[in-house]
Ligand binder design. Structure first.
Ligand code: MTE
Ligand code: HPA
Ligand code: MOS
Length: 759
């Protein structure tokens, strides 16, 4: 089953924000943003800009009719800086002009006088100054303090994991249009239409019912538009409110890179204790999260870091602490995995550290400690684990020992090219960790021509959720997929949506769609029963557009039945609600059952490092992945491949660089390297896990959006192993990304040390 968008994508006909036909009178917006990372805003000088050609209005904080506040979780983020600036790229003023070029050239004429304050970019420095976004978070299982005393081996170290630019192909943007009685319709490139609606309502002072938000699709979000689409919709809405004209803003790439937050970087201290059989007995970890200048989604991201701090392993004694540290960088935010990958990197580092010191393969420690059915996660949930099955099935199919032997053999024969392999098990919890967010609604209409229209709270952003939703309706009604159309995500049709995030969109919105369709189907069966002389509606079924009685064909087809129902004044529409059952979490004790289920998998990653130049290729990623029973293998395989490549990019080449002044140095594609066709693994091969377990996903499929990204972490450790194959004395720091520059520095670090010692 192909993605329902595939044809219109290939033809260039799919509609993104920038493709929406413009209404006459549309103004174009451009934000003037701070060039100082921290300071007191003394004067904003706009008179020159106001005189600039085509300028209609310039807006600053004092012009807002509603609140100058866009913080979703905490009210700590003004839309426009008023008294202070907190990061380079913070919006200060908004220019509205007749053309895009005029808006941008006028913005360049604005001047701000800012009295500098101390700039902090390092989370550990922010921590030392007690500059935290929220009070620290803790997870505790067992008793680490005592457990460490009884460990045979204890290792301590530090791991640093950098951020990641979302680099969705479609940049952030919005288009707001005035509607009657002071209301507005806002088109937004957002994962969270309700978040945008709430934010627009707040800054304009309009009630939410006066604000309609509509989303056709995104050219990628990856978490970057879960919360951070709000600001751009808000500036457009404020512009519309104050000029009574449509306002559009589609950010240029460099504006987007400069002004928006990224994946949260972390610095962490770990301590790992093992017994003589290499069982991990105790694990202690402290995370310093770089939140940036305001909360945004950093607190729940930090929580998910804690939830995944032991990855696929069972550790009986765990103490995990997280600090969300306020720095003068753009507010960091959700990014595929939502803090989970950062937490996993740290325990994988701790295991690699122990393996190195004990001179055993890391895979031996990994395998010995995989979580089993009945084991407890540090947050109290009891595992229904596929960690061992996915490991075993991957091993049976791909033969780890053989792959390792091939690499060893190669390394014996080659001096300047070294191969490294690493295993990367993944266990990712599915559900928003904030339980109330796990709800969704679906509105289904069956029209009298027999076609079906579906609206849900899910946003299509390339991950194929619309295809899956259409499949749900077509499966329940037993109709060809062409008879079903999934419409835009619109706050008038579906209210109070959770963002499309946490890999849960198909589960939640798919389930709601299933309920809506089943309700309509039941009504149709009731209409059909007397018509086809069935004793009860249960004797009626609809298959491939025809009505059956006890499995026997009748004279009725779908179209005829739908029209009979309509003539009998039977409701052919349904608005259904779904809320995941059985999940809960209590932060006062940091225990509960937050996840509907976990998605598991095991990958093996192989790389070759050129030890003269420091460059490398990822030769293969081979994985056993738990799809449950996949609803759509072509969509899911696409998610796996894309996730793996995005994860490898994060771990190896994508380097977010801010200088000490808080200026983003990697601010364009010339200075920020992402995977291209030449750097994707030569082979990506995976097998679906064979399992029959029931779960809470839609049609027993399992969420696939985020977990595969974490296989990419294996690339870091594979490169590290290759470097160590070049020189066993080298012990590269756990510090991502492992760029070719860093590889080169590491390869020769021992040589340089020795040379220095001689002189
Ligand atoms: N795939 C594509 N093509 N584009 C995206 O923006 N976002 C990822 C993942 N896969 C994304 C993607 C993220 S961060 C999430 S949470 C899930 O998709 C969200 O969609 P789902 O809930 O339907 O899996
Ligand atoms: N995942 C993704 N997005 C979220 C979450 C989560 O657990 N919680 C709030 N937003
Ligand atoms: Mo995904 S980071 O939950 O949008």
């Amino acid at each position: 089953m192909k993605n329902v968008d595939s044809k219109s994508h290939v033809r260039g006909e799919s509609v993104y924000l920038d493709d929406i036909p413009l209404i006459e009178g549309t103004l174009f917006a451009c934000v003037y943003d701070s060039q100082v990372a921290h300071g007191v805003l003394k004067i904003v000088e706009i008179s020159e800009a106001e005189k600039s050609e085509g300028v209609v209005k310039i807006i600053t904080a004092k012009d807002l009719i509603g609140e100058n506040q866009i913080g979703g979780i905490f009210p700590d983020e003004p839309l426009f800086a008023d008294t202070e600036v907190h990061f380079q790229g913070m919006p200060i003023a908004l220019v509205l002009a007749e053309t895009e070029e005029q808006a941008r050239s006028a913005a360049k004429k604005i001047r701000a006088e800012i009295e500098p304050l101390e700039i902090v970019t390092d989370p550990r420095v922010a921590f030392a100054k007690n500059n935290l976004i929220v009070p620290p978070k803790h997870f505790k299982l067992g008793d680490t303090e005592n457990a460490f005393k009884n460990c045979e081996y204890v290792f301590e170290g530090r791991a640093d994991v950098n951020g990641q630019e979302h680099l969705y192909i479609e940049t952030q943007g919005a288009y707001s249009i005035p509607t009657e009685q002071g209301g507005m319709r806002v088109y937004s490139s957002t994962q969270g239409p309700t978040a945008v609606q709430r934010c627009v309502s707040r800054v304009t002072g309009l009630p939410m019912h006066a604000v309609e938000v509509d989303v056709t699709r995104l050219g990628g979000g990856f978490g970057g538009k879960e919360d951070q689409a709000n600001a751009w919709a808000a500036v457009c809405a404020v512009g519309t409110q104050l000029t009574k004209r449509p306002v559009k803003y589609a950010l240029h790439r460099m504006e987007d890179m400069r002004m928006t937050g990224k994946r949260n970087p972390y610095s962490a201290d770990y301590k790992i204790g093992l017994d003589k059989d290499l069982k991990i007995v105790a694990y202690q970890v402290v995370f310093y999260q770089n939140a940036g200048a305001s909360a945004d989604l950093s607190p729940p991201v930090l929580e998910r870091t804690l939830f995944h701090c032991t990855n696929s392993y069972f550790v009986p004694n765990v103490t995990a602490t997280g600090y969300s540290c306020r720095t003068n960088l753009p507010p960091n935010t959700a990014f595929r995995g939502f803090g989970g990958p950062q937490g996993m990197f740290v325990i994988e580092s701790a295991i690699a550290h122990a393996a190195e010191k004990l001179n055993v393969p890391a895979s031996q420690i990994q395998q010995k400690n995989l979580i089993n059915d009945g084991d407890e996660f540090p947050y109290g949930q009891i595992a229904e684990s596929e960690a061992v099955t996915s490991w075993t099935q991957a091993d049976e199919k791909f033969d780890f020992a053989k792959l390792q032997k091939e690499a060893d053999e190669f390394n014996r024969q080659n001096k300047f090219v070294k191969k490294g392999v690493a295993l990367m098990p993944v266990c990712f919890g599915i559900s928003f960790t904030k339980t109330p967010m796990n709800q969704a609604r679906s509105l289904v209409h069956v029209y009298t021509d027999g076609s079906v229209a579906v609206s849900t709270g899910a946003v299509e952003m390339g991950q194929g959720v619309n295809t899956k939703i259409a499949q749900v309706a077509s499966t329940v009604f037993s109709l060809p997929i062409e008879r079903v159309k999934v419409h835009t995500t619109n706050t008038l049709r579906i209210a109070n949506t959770s963002p499309t995030a946490a890999s849960a969109a198909a589960d939640l919105n798919g389930r709601a769609t299933q309920i809506a369709c089943e309700t309509i189907l039941q009504r149709l069966k009731e209409v059909a029963a007397p018509l086809v002389e069935a004793e009860t509606p249960d004797d009626v079924s609809i298959e491939n557009g025809f009505v059956f009685r006890k499995g026997e064909p009748t004279d009725f087809d779908w179209l005829k039945l739908v029209n009979e129902a309509h003539m009998n004044r039977v409701n052919l529409s349904e608005h259904a609600h779904y809320a995941t059952q059985g999940i809960h979490f209590d932060w006062s004790i940091a225990k509960g059952h937050p996840f509907a289920y976990h998605t598991y998998g095991t990958a093996i990653v192989g790389v070759s490092v050129d030890c003269l130049r420091g460059i490398y290729t990822v030769d293969f990623v081979k994985a056993c992945h738990d799809f449950g029973s996949s609803m759509n293998t072509s969509v899911d395989y696409g998610q796996i491949e894309g996730g793996i490549v995005q994860g490898i990019g994060w771990m190896t080449m994508e380097e977010v660089v801010y200088d000490k002044s808080g200026k983003l140095r990697s601010n364009a594609l010339s200075t920020y390297k992402i995977p291209d066709i030449y750097s994707v693994p030569k082979t990506i091969e995976f097998i679906p896990l064979e399992t029959t377990r029931e779960n809470l996903a839609i049609f027993n499929s399992k969420a696939v959006g985020e977990p595969p990204l974490m296989y990419g972490i294996g690339a870091y450790f594979a490169i590290r192993n290759a470097v160590k194959a070049f020189n066993t004395e080298i012990s590269p720091a756990f510090d991502t990304p492992f760029t070719p520059e860093k590889v080169l520095m590491n390869l020769y670090s021992e040589t340089v040390k020795k040379m220095k010692a001689k002189t």
